[in-house]
Design a protein around this ligand. Structure first.
Ligand code: A2P
Length: 323
């Protein structure tokens, strides 16, 4: 096991979990089952991934075949952008619980701070193809509705995803419950150190999505550096008899950042889990921290090269706002 952290809700959360974004419905069931067999206890899900029913089947099978109990697992899911209205939050959570076949979630996150038009169309569009936004519901109003899910026992801990520091501060000011985590893109080329420090001071953990640098993203350009092929990382990996993926995952857990590498490949699921038998020196930790690039963010919704949601008043990534 690669360790766990205690969230500000009092619950323990593994530092390493399996990601399921872009895991195809036909592959994710076997991936989740295999992950439980090799020792993963944390699985990161989301309604918008469109695969929660299959993840649920994998959880059920994994538990049955290994004897691992529900209370030994840590299951995270996320509220989608069309369900931010306070009246929609419980229904969305119940749908996720029913798809996953669970009575409660360990952690429920607001997937993005900015809302889309309410309804069952997950990407509602006008006739001219523009995404329809909902701007009257603030992220903090949605947060107050998430707090009620804790009171009702549907979720144990609540948190955020893709929130900036100003949005987090607003929640800390107006909410009764503190967010436990903020899940954001985070890898050596975009290390989120300012946001990590800010969150640490507030008792919030960073949870890193795309920790391997989203290597198979279809929008990568040929000139962009490839994290998993970085020569300096390859050398560190060789010195430890490990792979680059294992080194960058180890780097995150050593800096107390929760990581959720996605894989549907059974060997890579095992590879990513096998990171507790080596330690990176402080020199190596600093070297990895020095890889940060101001333009290192690679996961941002874009259309024709432009930010798809940048004009939404609650969009988190803003020019001039450091974190
Ligand atoms: P696959 O599911 O076929 O293993 P990230 O979490 O940064 O978005 O990275 C996920 C991507 O990286 C997926 O395409 C996944 O493909 C691939 N991947 C996962 N683990 C490894 C690994 N250990 N080495 C290389 N690629 C990996």
């Amino acid at each position: 096991m690669s360790g766990a952290v205690t969230l500000n809700s009092g619950f323990s959360m593994p530092l390493l979990g399996l990601g399921t974004w872009q895991s195809k419905a036909g592959e994710v069931e076997a991936a989740v089952k295999h992950a439980i067999k090799v020792g993963y206890r944390s699985i990161d899900c989301a309604a918008i991934y469109g695969n929660e029913t299959e993840v649920g089947a994998g959880l059920a099978q994994g538990m049955k075949e290994t004897g691992v109990k529900r209370e030994d697992l840590f299951i995270t899911s996320k509220l989608w952008n069309t369900k931010h209205h306070p009246d929609d939050v419980e229904g969305a959570c119940q749908k996720t619980l029913s798809d996953l076949g669970l009575a409660y979630l360990d952690l429920y996150l607001i997937h993005w701070p900015h809302a889309f038009r309410r309804g069952d169309d997950v990407f509602p569009k006008s006739e001219d193809g523009a995404l329809l936004f909902e701007t009257s519901v603030t992220p903090t109003e949605t947060w107050l509705a998430l707090e009620k899910l804790v009171e009702k026992g549907l979720v144990r801990s609540i948190g955020l995803s893709n929130f900036n520091s100003l949005q987090i501060n607003d929640i800390l000011e107006k909410g009764k419950i503190k967010p436990c985590v903020n899940q954001v893109e985070c890898h050596p080329y975009f290390n989120q150190e300012p946001l990590r420090k800010f969150c640490e001071e507030k008792g919030i953990f960073i949870m890193a999505y795309s920790p391997l640098g989203a290597p198979q993203r279809p929008w990568a350009t040929p000139d962009e550096p490839k994290l998993l092929e970085d020569p300096k990382l390859m050398e560190i990996a060789k010195n430890h008899g490990k792979t680059v993926a294992q080194v960058v995952l180890r780097w995150q857990i050593q800096r107390q950042v929760i990581v959720i590498p996605k894989s549907v490949n059974l060997n890579r699921i095992e590879e990513n889990f096998s990171i507790s038998d080596f330690t990176l020196s402080s020199e190596n930790m600093e070297l990895l921290a020095s890889f940060h690039r101001a333009d290192g963010r690679v996961v941002e919704p874009r259309v024709n090269g432009k930010s798809r949601d940048g004009h939404h008043p609650h969009y988190p990534f803003r020019d001039g706002l450091e974190f």
